[in-house]
Write a protein that binds this ligand. Structure first.
Ligand SMILES: NC(=O)c1ccc[n+]([C@@H]2O[C@H](COP(=O)([O-])OP(=O)(O)OC[C@H]3O[C@@H](n4cnc5c(N)ncnc54)[C@H](OP(=O)(O)O)[C@@H]3O)[C@@H](O)[C@H]2O)c1
Length: 341
């Protein structure tokens, strides 16, 4: 294994000790992980919480308990999306070197050190900050896979993004605009300015206009938040339109939540005139690299609402759980040289 002297045997990490709210989280010290021959060790500079981290924290949907541990998660360190510097490289890893700045996803990311698979990380261009890079791996890649692969958005199409002020939604709006679409966002009034600033031509406040009647008709609808039945949302599609289900915290009942409508979309698709599709994030470094390149070129903005140091991380996670974050929040474990971010 290639290692630098900067690795340490213990580290700070955000850990989870039961299911619920942030009262279940602590900032603990624990042994730093050791990479296997096919892994790299990253000194984490910045992380970004996403709704998946919240689902695991709250055991909502209940399937979380089956997958991660019945009374508490078997693996206590939370989080997925990170940016940092490679400090050790396993013997069998090719193409990654100590000192590389990388972003990507890995379990147990909210810690000073994380072990990552090389296939799930990408090198950060010089022009991109660690703070911006940390937002891309889960929320950004989900949006990329929704716009590019599931919706196959084309120039000139009309696209409705539901949940446009959220972590995934803020990327969806920008990526659909970049594909040449006219984008309308559905969001609360508090997030309307953000959604417009990302390129949406119109923003619908779902609290005053619950829709879908009155929203208009769209070639593509991408839902991250509405949660209503597919046939209800399809009323806002054009004749041959496409409905893409990313998720929704209020959908599907306590066992399955968002997965319920994702399954229904796949099962119903052959039998309806509209195209129905679901997104299940395929974590991979290639898609992170696509987004990093867009950020470096100024074609995509990391939609950051708030940045906090590790000591102030838990209130930020709580804000995300309450859906009060517009776009993304970032936790800094190492201050960025020459920048407040
Ligand atoms: N399939 C996958 O692989 C995948 C990957 C990532 C996320 N997801 C799922 O996608 C969903 C969104 O994730 P996220 O990370 O973007 O969550 P988030 O950051 O919490 O954003 C959700 C947004 O929806 C808004 N919202 C709530 N109710 C709404 C409604 N009825 N209509 C329109 N907007 C509404 C919320 O704020 P306002 O109420 O203030 O507008 C919030 O901004 C979650 O259910 C998550 O599990 C799925």
């Amino acid at each position: 294994m290639t290692t630098t002297a900067s690795t340490t045997t213990t580290m700070a990490a955000i850990t989870q000790h039961g299911y619920g709210g942030i009262e279940q989280l602590r900032i603990d010290r624990m042994p730093a992980p050791t990479p296997g021959p096919d892994q790299v060790l990253v000194r984490v500079h910045a992380v970004s919480p996403d709704s998946g981290t919240i689902h695991i924290m709250a055991a909502d949907p209940k399937l979380v308990r089956l997958a991660f541990g019945w009374s508490r998660p078997r693996q206590p360190v939370i989080g997925l999306s990170f940016a940092g510097e490679v400090v050790a490289v396993g013997d069998r890893v090719k193409g990654v070197a100590v000192g590389d700045r990388v972003a990507g996803s890995a379990p147990a990311a909210f810690a000073e050190y994380v072990v990552a698979a090389p296939q799930k990380i990408a090198r950060i261009p010089d022009a991109v900050s660690m703070t911006d890079a940390a937002t891309l791996a889960i929320s950004g890649t989900t949006a990329l896979q929704a716009v590019r692969d599931a919706a196959r958005v084309q120039a000139g199409q009309s696209v409705l993004v539901i949940g446009a002020g959220g972590g995934v939604g803020a990327f969806l709006v920008q990526l659909a605009v970049a594909a040449g679409a006219r984008v309308t966002g559905v969001a609360s009034a508090a997030k309307a300015d953000l959604v417009r600033s990302l390129g949406a031509v119109d923003v619908i406040d779902y609290r005053t206009t619950p829709g879908p009647e009155g929203w208009g008709r769209f070639d593509v609808i991408i839902d991250t938040a509405d949660g209503r039945a597919l046939h209800v949302l399809r009323r806002a599609l054009t004749e041959r339109g496409t409905l893409v289900i990313v998720g929704a915290d209020n959908a599907g009942g306590p066992l399955l939540r968002g997965a319920d409508r994702q399954l229904r979309a796949v099962l119903q698709n052959p039998w309806v005139r509209h195209r129905l599709a679901a997104v299940v994030n395929r974590e991979n470094g290639d898609d992170v690299a696509v987004l990093l390149d867009m950020v470096a070129r100024g074609a995509l903005r990391a939609p950051i609402d708030a940045v906090a140091p590790l000591e102030e991380a838990l209130p930020l996670v709580e804000r995300l759980q309450r859906q009060q974050v517009a776009g993304k929040a970032v936790i800094r474990l190492v201050a960025e040289a020459g920048s407040s971010r």
